[in-house]
Write a protein that binds this ligand. Sequence first.
Ligand SMILES: [Zn+2]
Length: 183
Amino acid sequence: MQYTLWPLREVWIKVGLEKLENHKGIAVKALLDSGAIGLFMDTKSAKEKGFKLKRLKNSLLVQNINGMVDVGGAITYQVGCNIFFKRHVERAQMDICNLEKTEVILDMPWLAVHNPEIDWKKDEVKITRYPLVCRKRKQEEKKKVVRKTEEEKTVEELVSKRLWKWKRVFGKAESERMPVQKI
Ligand SMILES: [Zn+2]
C-alpha cells in the first residue's frame, strides 16, 4: 500500500484582532499549535500595531515552543482583544512574548474548545461547533445582552480539566505555570 505524504504540516489561519479600547482591527496570520498551551502574541508585532499592553502582577514562566522559537524568559504583559475568525468572535487575553516571525499562536486548549474541522488537503479550517465562550459574528449585536455572562468567561475557564493535567506535569505551582509545552 502506498501512502501519500501531504506537504501541509502546519495550519495557519487568518484572524482579525480587535483592540478593546477603540474597536480598531488588524488582520494577522495565526499558527494553530497543538503543542502550545497559551494564546500568544509577538512582542514586536503587538507594539508596532499599537496594542495596549497590560502588565501582569505575577510573571509567567515560559519555555521554548517546539524547541524552535525562543520566547525568551518570563511573560510580563498581556493584551486583551477580540479575535475574529470568519463568522466567529471571542474575547481573549493573549500572552506577549517573542515569537520572531510568528505574530499569533492559538494553542491546544483553543483547538480543544473550538474543535475546528480541518481539511488538511485543502488547508481549510472551519469552526462549525460554537463553544459558549464564542459568538457568531452576525448574531453578535442581537445577542450582546442575552449572552453577557457567557462572554465573560475565558477559554481557559471552559476548557476541559483533562487538558490542564499537562500543566501539572511540567509546572510546579500555579504562579509558575508554563504555557508553552510540546507534548
Ligand atoms: Zn472562540
